[in-house]
Design a protein around this ligand. Structure first.
Ligand code: ZN
Ligand code: ZN
Length: 181
């Protein structure tokens, strides 16, 4: 069923908790089993992830995944950490049961969010508290970056992600957006 490594990380999760002066925070939710994970990273001046901590509310697999992820990310440079995928985490855990694979999606996603949060804060783009942007569960749809293009602003038909032209009414959405700007 579960590998020894999964059981080990589930029973003795590493790096549980929060970091007071974290400079990157990533929150993700997994509606399939209601798992929720918040990941805190502390990045130092050399772009090294000095410390990682997590709080996960979820199933055993989600906790093992979070714990393993913190071990993989700790001490890595941002560039290295960006390459950590959900697959890497599952692999490091020596596999997860098939019906639990979705739980491994939490880990790397939260890490990538935390890194993004850090970079945005650093570049000064962002509001001080990133934690209050959206509730974590709703964020499972965050691939949707083209909000204003998902529906045609002329005829309201659904548009594929990133579409710039509405086939229903032949309007050029991008031109419209730019004119409004
Ligand atoms: Zn789960
Ligand atoms: Zn249209």
């Amino acid at each position: 069923m579960y590998s020894k490594t999964v059981m080990d990380h589930f029973r003795n999760p590493r790096n549980v908790g929060t970091i007071d002066n974290a400079n990157g925070i990533g929150e993700v939710g997994n509606p399939l089993c209601g798992d929720m994970m918040t990941l805190y990273i502390k990045v130092n001046d050399d772009n090294l992830i000095e410390d990682v901590k997590f709080q996960t509310f979820g199933c055993g697999s989600a906790i093992a995944v979070s714990s393993m992820l913190t071990e993989l990310a700790k001490g890595k440079t941002l560039d290295e950490a960006k390459k950590i995928t959900n697959k890497d985490v599952a692999k490091a855990l020596e596999g997860l049961p098939k019906n639990k694979l979705h739980c491994s999606n939490l880990g790397a996603d939260a890490l990538q969010k935390a890194i993004k949060d850090y970079e945005e804060k650093k570049s000064g783009k962002v509001k001080t508290d990133s934690r209050n942007i959206e509730p974590p569960i709703a964020e499972s749809h965050d691939e949707h970056k083209h909000d204003d293009q998902c529906h045609c602003s002329y005829c309201d038909s659904d548009l594929p992600d990133g579409a710039t032209f509405c086939k229903a009414c032949h309007s050029d959405i991008l031109a419209k957006l730019e004119n409004n700007a």
